[in-house]
Design a protein around this ligand. Structure first.
Ligand SMILES: [Zn+2]
Length: 102
């Protein structure tokens, strides 16, 4: 079984990252080479794959990643207007999550 594409950016450049040296307890986690999202850590490669493939992302996480992308120099020219939109988006989403209690 393989990792599904990244839940954030849809990239297929995803891999299981070996953290054995840094975090002996968690050992492995899924990793997207394009947006640098990290999945939930696990002690086994199979555990990582299961977690990554079942991964559900919250609206807040999604918005956070979106905002990070907007800081990318590629979007520099559009940054000011995008920032206004993203600030508003994050506000709305955070408010919604607060209401739903998640
Ligand atoms: Zn990604």
């Amino acid at each position: 079984m393989e990792l599904k594409p990244c839940p954030f950016c849809g990239s297929e450049r995803v891999a299981v990252h070996d953290w054995l040296n840094e975090h002996p307890d968690h050992s492995y986690c899924g990793f997207c080479k394009d947006c640098e999202t990290e999945g939930s850590p696990s002690k086994s490669v199979q555990g990582v794959i299961d977690k990554w493939n079942k991964r559900k992302i919250s609206n807040v996480q999604y918005a956070e990643v979106l905002v990070e992308w907007m800081k990318d120099p590629k979007f520099a020219a559009e940054y000011n207007s995008l920032q206004t939109v993203s600030d508003r988006l994050v506000e709305m989403i955070v408010e919604e999550e607060r209401k739903s209690g998640t």
